[in-house]
Design a protein around this ligand. Structure first.
Ligand code: GTP
Ligand code: MG
Length: 391
């Protein structure tokens, strides 16, 4: 599946930059492309300069709202981010028109951090603009939820996240959720290594998007998944994860035929082991039981991926997600690993989203009361001075 990727704001642009990197990786490793057109849109000029892989011209790194923000961002006011996207969104649409190849992509992927101002505000507006112009293509969003410390210390982050989630869900076909805090939980040192988090967010898309695209024989799996399978599966709130099990090192290729029977029996468990890893790696905390549509891709050396493994993975998935329609396929990938990419889609419950909605409603009510209190205080101060003569 080929995506046209559009990163918005600092977070969105940096993750879009990772998709541009994965596109190069796919060209080298698998002679295919997965994101031939990548754009970054921001109100902040310096952020656009820091990107590495996205083309450097003004049609790929697009500044919006320059007149209003003088190139310095919107300072977390996502209403302003939305307004600037409304005024300047044509810049992105024009840039896409100038690019050949947009029509060959299967879908759009817009990316943003929900807690900031620019990306959070711009993403529903630009998604709507694209939807009106490219009627036949699905539009997906990949949104990044704030760290725990941001939720606890900045009410505005919570409010931005809730309004962004609500608005984007109404416009796009599916919303991939990535929770920054999940990546820190796995490796605490990552809080200081945002680039590594960005890599981990983008990486699960690699096998998934490559699977249906590769044409060279050695890369084609026995039961492949393609863009059609992905489009039929990806819908609504969506989580994804990538799990890996390492294979024992073989010194010579013929050793594989001499495997001990006990080792052979272990083989089919490796798929389930990788599946377990991908479930614990999911981009947001959720229960597979709440998913109605699932797609998985197994990748590894062709000789290791036997039918038993595919069977055991799909049986295991049926057990943990009895209500879901499950699609899957295999794909010859890396030599020493079995990787399982898992997409849980059409989730009916995501505890973190509920938490954001509830907190934001509280924030809005408190804010109203607070504003009213401040206005009352100002009024009583004015009333107090009424008797004084004016200068
Ligand atoms: N994973 C990840 N999160 C990021 C990155 N940059 C910022 N964030 C998170 O995104 C949120 C802030 O959004 P930004 O993208 O910085 O904001 P923006 O869209 O540029 O908007 P303004 O700066 O307010 O104009 C916070 O929750 C950050 O923790 C990044 O590169 N990767
Ligand atoms: Mg910014």
């Amino acid at each position: 599946m080929k995506l046209t990727v559009i990163g918005l704001g600092q977070c969105g642009s940096r993750i879009a930059d990772q998709f541009a990197r994965l596109d190069r990786k796919a060209q080298v490793e698998r002679k295919t492309r997965l994101a031939p057109n990548v754009f970054a849109v921001n109100t902040d000029q310096a952020d656009l300069t820091g990107l590495r892989y996205i083309k450097k011209d003004y049609l790929h790194r697009i500044i919006i709202g320059l007149r209003q923000t003088l190139g310095h961002g919107v300072g977390k006011i996502n209403e302003l981010g939305a307004e600037l996207a409304r005024e300047d969104g044509d810049k992105l649409i024009d840039a896409m028109k100038a690019e050949s190849g947009i029509y060959e992509s299967h879908a759009f992927l817009l990316i943003a951090g929900t807690a900031g101002g620019t990306g959070s505000g711009a993403i529903p507006i630009l998604a709507q603009m694209i939807k009106e112009r490219y009627l036949s293509k699905p539009i997906y969003a990949l949104v990044v939820l704030p760290f725990e410390h941001e939720i606890n210390s900045e009410a505005r982050s919570v409010f931005n996240t809730a309004t962004c989630l609500k608005s984007i869900y109404d416009v796009v076909d599916a919303v991939f959720l990535a929770d920054n805090q999940r990546y820190v939980r796995k490796d605490a040192s990552l809080i200081n290594n945002i680039e590594k988090i960005n890599r981990s967010i983008a990486m699960p898309f690699y096998d998934l998007l490559c699977a249906g695209e590769v044409t060279k024989h050695k890369h084609v799996g026995a039961r492949t998944i393609d863009a059609g399978d992905l489009i039929a599966t990806i819908e609504g709130w969506t989580a994804l994860g990538l799990g890996r099990t390492e294979l024992p090192a073989l010194r010579f290729p013929w050793e594989i035929k001499k495997k001990h029977f006990r080792e052979k029996a272990v083989e089919s468990f490796r798929g389930s082991q990788a599946l377990d890893a991908s479930i614990s790696d999911l981009s947001i905390n959720c229960d597979p039981k709440d998913s109605s549509k699932i797609i998985y891709a197994i990748s590894g050396p062709p000789k290791e991926m036997n039918m038993d493994m595919v069977k055991s993975i799909s049986e295991y998935l049926k057990e943990i997600a009895p209500n879901a329609l499950i699609r899957g396929g295999d794909f010859p990938g890396e030599k020493h690993f079995i990787d399982v990419t898992l997409v849980l889609s059409q989730l009916s419950s995501v505890p973190k989203i509920e938490m954001f909605y509830q907190k934001a409603l509280q924030y809005a009510t408190d804010n109203k009361i607070q504003i009213q209190e401040i206005q009352n205080k100002i009024q009583s101060l004015t009333d107090l001075g009424k008797g004084l003569p004016s200068l």
